[in-house]
Write a protein that binds this ligand. Structure first.
Ligand code: ZN
Ligand code: ZN
Length: 468
């Protein structure tokens, strides 16, 4: 069976697989892959050119935001000490008379960079983040302290982070809160457009505008975490949707997952980044290279080629437009099928998220026998749907068939393939966690399985198989 056929996997490895129907529309990446397979040394010799080409594509796709730093995981990219060092380095670089020269350190460099950034001693010595409440939280490190998951809070390290309430706060209240946080070492605020921990609530344009003003007033970095929301929320980055046009531009954007590489994007027009005075395109490219070369190779070549391929495919298939269409099809189909379940309920009690990043109430998601992705834990009654941006998903009838009995032939065939390989469906059809139940047998008709919890086990036993 063709692996590009539509199927009921809305998990896609936590959203890291964004599309497969454009695999033959990434000429640059494909040519580099072939060459790398034959002669890796020659491709490595061209590394600088490949990185420059990737940067060109990234800047064009993400409207002027430059990829400055690459990391193994989004959480690593958000380390406050890493980002504080990066800004010190940029401030020192900006004053160099010859930007191509290797930095020659003078005794004035550090104090003058700190002054340029307007940072106090706590911000340099003990940099921390404020994070919008109920929004992003890490699985480890200082930001794990804000996680809804107790097992993550248990391994919190470092200075922690400030939880910032954004809902129902005036700009003055936000600004005052941030002024206090700044004295304790806060260097900026991390916010998500789609709050990922609970119900997928969307941060409103008014909230983003207030937050961006409060950050600017206090000289704090505004960081938008777009690890999950890039491309699939109806804009290159979700904060670039037209309704957010009134906010000040963020200084940094964290990317990862679907882009095939994690890292930090910088917007030199951000309120803090502007203080660096790096204003021409040429100077900006020199600046990001300066940071990249300070940590040996910025990103490994095969990862870079893969990431380049994702941008080529996203452009060729217009995945941004598709994300709006696919999200709409999914919502409409769910609404029409779930019928009376919605009676008396507000839209926000059924769906969260934006575009093709959907949060669906667990009892509603469950009736469609698809594989979604869990979030902070079993007490969160929402499942995330992270469908692929494949071409066939833009057809309403295809989406309807996946969510209904017409998917049965595909499901049976998928189940047969899995059985041959001694595999099982990977994700619990009810809660979206790993489907590792060893007691129950999985359903080879619907191609679904469950995790170990009592609730999900009962749902597998009780489910009615799809019938043609
Ligand atoms: Zn489960
Ligand atoms: Zn079944």
């Amino acid at each position: 069976m063709n692996t590009t056929l539509p199927d009921h996997d809305f998990h896609n490895k936590w959203g890291t697989i964004l599309g497969v129907t454009e695999l033959d529309q990434r000429p640059l990446a494909t040519a580099l892959w072939k060459e790398y397979w034959k002669d890796p040394i020659n491709v490595e010799r061209n590394y600088d050119k490949i990185l420059a080409r990737y940067t060109d594509e990234f800047v064009a796709f993400f409207k002027g935001i430059l990829p400055i730093s690459f990391h193994g995981h989004g959480t690593d990219a958000m380390s406050p000490t890493t980002i504080a060092s990066m800004f010190l380095r940029l401030a020192i670089f900006a004053k160099q008379s010859d930007p191509d020269a290797i930095i020659i350190s003078t005794p004035e460099d550090r104090p003058s960079a700190i002054e340029q950034l307007g940072w106090n001693a706590a911000q340099v010595g003990n940099p921390q983040w404020a994070v919008v409440k109920d929004s992003y939280a890490a699985g480890f490190g200082p930001l794990a302290t804000l996680s809804a998951q107790p097992a993550f809070r248990d391994i919190t390290t470092g200075a922690g982070a400030t939880s910032l309430q954004l809902v129902n706060r005036t700009k003055q209240e936000l600004s005052e809160r941030l002024r206090t946080a700044r004295q304790e070492g806060c260097i900026g605020v991390i916010v998500e457009i789609v709050n990922n921990q609970y119900s997928g609530r969307v941060t409103t344009p008014a909230e983003m505008s207030k937050l961006s003003e409060a950050c600017a007033e206090n000289g704090l970095l505004l960081v938008v975490d777009e690890t999950v929301t890039s491309i699939r929320c109806g804009a290159p980055f979700a904060h670039q949707r037209p309704e957010y046009g009134g906010m000040r531009p963020p200084d940094l954007v964290i990317f990862g997952k679907a882009l095939a590489v994690s890292g930090i994007g910088i917007n030199f027009e951000g309120s803090v980044a502007r203080r660096l005075g790096i204003s021409t395109n040429k100077h900006r490219r020199q600046a990001i290279l300066n940071w990249q070369t300070c940590v040996t190779q910025a990103v490994q070549t095969p990862v870079l080629i893969n990431a380049l391929g994702v941008l080529e495919m996203a452009k060729a298939g217009d995945w941004v437009r598709r994300s709006r269409v696919i999200g709409e099809h999914l919502r409409e189909t769910v609404r029409s099928r779930a019928g009376s379940m919605f009676d008396g309920l507000e839209e926000s009690e059924i769906f969260g998220g934006l575009g093709s990043f959907l949060f669906v109430k667990i009892e509603v998601s469950g009736i469609f026998l698809v594989m979604g992705a869990s979030n902070a834990g079993p007490w969160v009654r929402w499942v995330r749907w992270l469908p692929r941006m494949d071409e066939h998903m833009t057809s309403r009838s295809t989406v309807e068939s996946i969510l209904g009995p017409a998917s049965l032939p595909h499901r049976r065939e998928r189940a047969r393939q899995l059985a041959v390989q001694e595999l099982r469906p990977e994700w619990c059809f009810w809660c979206g966690n790993h489907a590792q139940n060893q007691v129950l047998d999985w359903c080879r008709e619907c191609c679904i399985h469950v995790c170990n919890t009592e609730e999900c086990s009962a749902q597998l036993i009780a489910h009615k198989c799809l019938t043609e």
